[in-house]
Each structure stands twice: as structure tokens, then as C-alpha cells.
Design a protein around this ligand. Structure first.
Ligand SMILES: C[S@@+](CC[C@H](N)C(=O)[O-])C[C@H]1O[C@@H](n2cnc3c(N)ncnc32)[C@H](O)[C@@H]1O
Length: 200
């Protein structure tokens, strides 16, 4: 995989954690998550025109679309993270970043592929967000979220069956374990659900 971002990306990663050991751990975690998500993507698409990383944060994983799509959008509710993403990706014209204020500023069925990675699990009132994602979905929707455990403030794991209901009438075409790296070990954290958009 060509990253196309290089040292800027590492600097941003380093800036978001607080000590040297964590920088190494966090960088490795991000690369492992990116590698795994990218492999899932590659199983389902060869090339897309448009891609959306919904809840992209500061663009930690948005680069996985680098060699898959021509027009790549990251969107997040946190303006400060979007500013960091814009700075990180400023030399890559195929990437653009927008603040999410309830509307995704694109037409219906605009995106060939959409990713959420650990975003929906943090949203309690999820219905309006899911409806907006469904509205702009025109192909694959890849939902990588925590699916086990009890809800707590700021954390709302939902089982796969609940995501299937939420994304109806989209078809769930595959599921994979979501892989992360914690305390030196590769661990499973939730699921990657691959939906296919079906017009309502
Ligand atoms: C755990 S971070 C994941 C960021 C990114 N997907 C990643 O994997 O690095 C969760 C992100 O979801 C964003 N978020 C939370 N609620 C949101 C909402 N209602 N709409 C859009 N983004 C939201 C947060 O600002 C945050 O950047």
C-alpha cells in the first residue's frame, strides 16, 4: 500500500497521544487496523469513484481509500479534528474534509463506498445519523463497530442483528471480526459489517 502521507501522518499520530511508548503502540494499532480494513475493502471493491469516511476524526484511517477511490471525503462532528485532517492531507487533492452538523452535504446515493470505524458505537441517538448515511449511500457501507458488551455513557455497543435492522433494506453481504492492537496483542473488538445499498 502506498500511504502518500508519510511523516505528516506520523506527526499527527504522535501529537494525539501523551508519551513515547504510546506513540509506538498507537501507530502500530492504527497500521494494523488500516491494513485489516483495507483487506476487507479489497475483498469487495476493486475501484470506486467516491468514498466517505464518516466520523473520520483527524483522518487517522481515511488514507485507506488512497488507491481505491478518486474523490474521498472525511466528515466529523468535531471541527478541531477536521482542521487537523485538512492540514495532514493538504497535498493530496483527492481528499477533502467537512464538519458534520447533521447533514452530509452530498446528494442522494453519491458515495460508492462508506466507512464508519468506531463512530456509531459512541452515538446514543443513532437513527438520524443512520438515515443520513443511508441517504448518501450508493454502493458499499462498511460498519466497523463494537458489537458486544453493555452500554455505558458514551459507549453504545449494538449487536449485528440491530445494525441489520437499522440499515434495512440494505443487504448485509458479509461480516468479519474487527481487529485492533491493545497492550502488545492483536485483539478482536467488535465486527466489520459490509452492507450493500438497496434503494428504498
Ligand atoms: C473513536 S473516534 C473514531 C475516529 C476515526 N473513525 C478513527 O477510527 O480514527 C469517534 C469519532 O466520531 C466522531 N463523532 C461522534 N459523534 C458523531 C456524530 N454524531 N456525527 C459525526 N461524527 C461523530 C467523533 O468526533 C470522533 O472523531
Amino acid at each position: 500500500m502506498k500511504f502518500g502521507i508519510g511523516l505528516d501522518w506520523i506527526k499527527i499520530t504522535a501529537g494525539t497521544v501523551h508519551n513515547v511508548r504510546n506513540v509506538a503502540e498507537y501507530t502500530l494499532r492504527t497500521l494494523i487496523e488500516a491494513w485489516h480494513l483495507r483487506n476487507v475493502l479489497a475483498k469487495h471493491i476493486r475501484r470506486a469513484n467516491t468514498a466517505l469516511d464518516f466520523g473520520c476524526g483527524y483522518g487517522r484511517l481515511t488514507f485507506i481509500f488512497y488507491d481505491f477511490a478518486n474523490y474521498i471525503v472525511g466528515i466529523d462532528a468535531d471541527k478541531s479534528k477536521i482542521e487537523i485532517a485538512k492540514e495532514t492531507y493538504k497535498n493530496l487533492p483527492q481528499f477533502r474534509f467537512d464538519v458534520f452538523d447533521g447533514d452530509i452535504p452530498y446528494p442522494d446515493a453519491f458515495f460508492d463506498v462508506i466507512l464508519t470505524n468506531t463512530v456509531l458505537q459512541h452515538i446514543e441517538d443513532i437513527l438520524p445519523v443512520v438515515e443520513e448515511i443511508k441517504r448518501v449511500a450508493g454502493g458499499l457501507v462498511i460498519i466497523a463497530e463494537e458489537t458486544d458488551g453493555k452500554p455505558s455513557p458514551g459507549m453504545y455497543p449494538r449487536p449485528i442483528a440491530e445494525y441489520e435492522n437499522l440499515f434495512e433494506p440494505f443487504e448485509l453481504v458479509a461480516t468479519y471480526p474487527r481487529i485492533s492492537y491493545v497492550n502488545g496483542e492483536i485483539v478482536q473488538r467488535g465486527a466489520i459489517m459490509v452492507f450493500h445499498a438497496v434503494e428504498e
